[in-house]
Design a protein around this ligand. Structure first.
Ligand SMILES: [Zn+2]
Length: 390
């Protein structure tokens, strides 16, 4: 059975907005038609009328479902190195508590209109929740190992974790430049094919850049506190971004996550070396941890591929892409909602290679359907809310 939905606007994303348009969806969530308001094919159809803007489901490009039990446990504004130490100390929570928090977070994301999630893991604990979820997950198994001696073992362990998620979508990824030795990055390069997507925490704090350039700053305290040796490292004058990208295979797609301290010269560097990069912004997590936002205009001006993520409940009050969009629009009033909505949908879908099914309202896709209410025509307001329709 086909259901016909109409609203003030339909925003298909890959084609222009349709005022008073109609989207037709079958019982399996497949889009079977997209119509202008006056299309004669609609004359005998019963329409479900919605007040607001209909869009495809959101793509949350960066999350850590397995940290959901940490909601409210990390103080705000403590900076990245202290944040990492706090998260590491909270890892020993009881299994049932972790499980329940993941189920709640998965349901909340779906209710908040999220259809696809790029999710980082260190363990297989989220595999069952994901297998039973209506959300499409791409799981990134993180590699962490700053001691070069553990490099080969760590890749094999990550591969074991990856198997636990079969047949779901997965990749193995370095966690960040500051948590992976050069040897680990090289060892990974030898062991993945070119379909493997990397998703790296990048320049989330300026301390990362300071550490690599000068071997100074708060990361030295972090390593000391956590008994992590950095003896093998010498300051090389390059920043964190250069210290990860240069050791990864050239043909693999890379999602650079956070980019709070990424400058135009970094984007030029990425372009110059010809890497296939998406910049994933997680504004509310940046405000939570570092108290500042990336220079979003720089990414827009140089026409970068931008996508959005929530990060985890350790560094966010909610896993809600609409709230991320509100945060961006409150700070950068010049951006159009159509632009930022494409970051929150099709760009994330392309980055995760699921754009054949998700990220836009097109016949033949099953991207979910969400209603954004309390809009001011096509402008997002602070009062906007989201309701899942399909
Ligand atoms: Zn993260």
């Amino acid at each position: 059975m086909t259901t016909y939905y109409t609203a003030d606007y339909i925003l298909p994303i890959t084609s222009p907005p349709i005022k008073g348009g109609v989207v037709a969806i079958d019982e399996n969530g497949l889009i079977v038609g997209l119509y202008q308001s006056n299309d004669p094919l609609l004359h005998d159809k019963e329409l479900i009328r919605c007040a607001g803007v209909l869009t495809p489901g959101f793509v949350n490009g960066h999350c850590h479902l397995e940290l959901s039990h940490m909601k409210g446990k990390v103080p705000k504004g403590i900076g990245l190195p202290k944040f990492l130490s706090t998260v590491m100390a909270e890892r020993s929570t009881a299994e049932e508590e972790v499980e329940k928090a993941m189920v709640d977070a998965d349901r909340a994301m779906f209710a908040n209109g999220i259809q696809v999630v790029g999710d980082h893991v260190n363990t297989p604990v989220s595999a069952t929740v994901k297998a039973q979820s209506p959300i499409c997950y791409h799981t990134f198994v993180e590699l962490i190992g700053f001691d070069p001696a553990v490099a080969d073992d760590r890749v094999d362990q990550a591969r074991d974790t990856e198997y636990e998620f079969e047949p779901q979508r997965t990749s193995i990824t370095p966690h960040a430049a500051y948590s992976c030795s050069k040897k680990l990055l090289r060892s990974l390069s030898d062991k993945v094919d070119d379909k493997n997507i990397f998703s790296i925490h990048n320049q989330e704090s300026d301390e990362e850049n300071k550490f690599f350039r000068y071997k100074q700053g708060a990361f030295l305290d972090f390593y000391k506190e956590n008994n992590i040796s950095h003896d093998h490292m010498t300051a090389n004058g390059k920043n964190a971004l250069q210290n990860s990208l240069q050791f990864l295979p050239e043909d693999n797609r890379v999602l650079l996550v956070h980019n709070t301290y990424t400058a135009p010269k970094d984007m030029d560097y990425v372009a110059r070396i010809g890497r296939d990069v998406y910049y994933c912004l997680c504004p509310r997590a940046n405000l939570y941890i570092e108290g500042r936002l990336p220079k979003i205009q720089s990414f827009v001006l140089s026409k970068q591929k931008i996508m959005l993520g929530t990060d985890s409940l350790a560094s966010n009050d909610t896993l809600d892409i609409l709230e991320e969009l509100k945060t961006i629009h409150a700070e950068f009033a010049d951006l159009s909602f159509e632009t930022t909505l494409s970051w929150a949908t099709i760009n994330g879908a392309k980055a995760l290679r699921v754009e054949d099914q998700y990220g836009s309202l097109e016949v033949g896709k099953s991207p979910g359907l969400i209603l954004i209410k309390n809009m001011d025509s096509l402008s997002l307001t602070a009062q906007a809310t989201v309701e899942r329709i399909v």
